[in-house]
Structure formats: structure tokens, C-alpha cells
Design a protein around this ligand. Structure first.
Ligand SMILES: C[S@@+](CC[C@H](N)C(=O)[O-])C[C@H]1O[C@@H](n2cnc3c(N)ncnc32)[C@H](O)[C@@H]1O
Length: 205
């Protein structure tokens, strides 16, 4: 979808600073960012003013989108709704607001990482599984506590297909040799052997 994004209606789900929408606006898309945090939206507005890239920012819940059916050509989430919302709620909503042929792209922590990363923020992913794969869904971390959602690949494929999406790709990101990382929960040797992040791409039938 990025080729030919010009003039397309885009929704960024859990936009935070909305830097992704800002990139898309610079590529002549017509993005709207939605986030349920007023503070994050204030940050996004400050960035808009500083860089003079303006587009609508909406305060709302990605699990209950305040938009009509079939309003967008492209939906994207970069560690927004894609990990902070329940996929069984946000994905049907994302599909509802997409037009037929519209695409959904989202970036998340990889499934393998979620199995290998420790509970505490100090630790890094090891080369063994710390929790079961079957049944993975809601992760409650001790800091806060904060709650994230991660489901297995089979469950994700079935969820997307049950909501009328065709999976186009699952890109498992591998850093180049010689890369460095700022991630506290994984080191670069690990990330060169197993995917730390994955990008899902799907199209509405
Ligand atoms: C990691 S941050 C933002 C990611 C964004 N790509 C960025 O770099 O700023 C995740 C965002 O998801 C938002 N969020 C969490 N739950 C949400 C929900 N139910 N609806 C909308 N936004 C949500 C948070 O407020 C936060 O701004």
C-alpha cells in the first residue's frame, strides 16, 4: 500500500506521537491518528506544530472506533492498538472501517520474543521458552502492572481470515550484521538469530 499511498485515507490506531502518520502525510496520504491518551495527543500536536505537518488527531478507543464503516483505504499500527488492545476487539474494528481492498499493516513484538522474554524489565530474552505458546493472549507485566496482547501465528491468521482479511505477508525483521540496538529486552546476537519484531500485512476481501 505504501506505493500509491498518495491521496489515500489512512487511520493510525494508537498513534502516540503520530510520527508514522506524519511520514504518511509527507507522502501525500490523508492520515487520521487516534489515541486514547490525551497526553499523547498533546505530544503529537506539539510535533505537528514544530514540523508543520498537520492532519486530524482524534481522542478515542481503537477497540470502538468513532468512524463509519468503510471510511479508510489503509489502517496501520506501530506498537499501538497492535499490542495494547485486544486483537479480538481491535482487528474487527479496523476491518470494519476499511474499504474493500483496503490494507491493514501492523508491527508487534514477535511471538518467539514473547515466549523468551523474562517478566522483569531488567532481563533480556534468552534462548529458551519461559511460557507456553498455546493459549497466549493477555500478558500482564509486573511494572504498573501493564497489559499487552500477543497471540500465536495460527490464531492471528484465523482471526484475520474470520474477519474477511487475506494475509499478504508476515515479515520477521532481522537486523543487519553489525547493527546495534537500544532495546533493553534483547541483545543483537539474539535478534540476529530469532525475530524480535514482526510486521503483519493483510488485505480486506
Ligand atoms: C507505544 S505507544 C505509541 C506508538 C506510536 N507508534 C509512537 O511511536 O508514538 C502506544 C500508544 O497506544 C495508545 N493506546 C493504548 N491503548 C489504546 C486504545 N485502546 N485505543 C487507542 N490508543 C491506545 C497509547 O495511548 C499510546 O499512545
Amino acid at each position: 500500500m505504501l506505493n500509491g499511498i498518495e491521496g489515500k485515507d489512512v487511520i493510525e490506531l494508537g498513534c502516540g506521537t503520530a510520527y508514522v502518520s506524519s511520514w504518511l502525510a509527507r507522502r501525500e496520504a490523508r492520515p487520521i491518528g487516534i489515541d486514547n491518551s490525551r497526553r499523547q495527543l498533546e505530544n503529537a500536536r506539539r510535533f505537528q506544530a514544530r514540523h508543520q505537518v498537520l492532519f486530524p488527531l482524534v481522542h478515542g478507543d481503537a477497540e470502538q472506533l468513532p468512524f463509519a464503516d468503510e471510511s479508510f483505504d489503509f489502517a496501520i499500527s506501530e506498537y499501538g492498538a497492535s499490542i495494547w488492545c485486544d486483537p479480538y476487539r481491535w482487528i474487527p474494528e479496523a476491518v470494519r472501517v476499511l474499504r474493500s481492498g483496503g490494507e491493514l499493516t501492523f508491527l508487534v513484538n514477535s511471538v518467539i520474543l514473547m515466549l523468551c522474554v523474562p517478566d522483569t524489565e531488567e532481563g533480556k530474552a534468552g534462548n529458551f521458552f519461559r511460557r507456553p505458546y498455546f493459549g497466549m493472549h493477555r500478558f500482564e507485566w509486573p511494572d504498573g502492572p501493564s497489559i499487552e496482547f500477543h497471540i500465536g501465528h495460527g490464531d492471528m491468521i484465523r482471526l484475520l481470515r474470520a474477519n474477511g482479511m487475506e494475509v499478504i505477508d508476515l515479515i520477521e525483521l532481522r537486523p543487519d550484521e553489525g547493527s546495534t540496538t537500544l532495546f533493553p529486552f534483547v541483545d543483537i546476537d539474539w535478534a540476529r538469530q530469532w525475530p524480535t519484531e514482526e510486521v503483519w500485512k493483510a488485505r480486506k476481501r
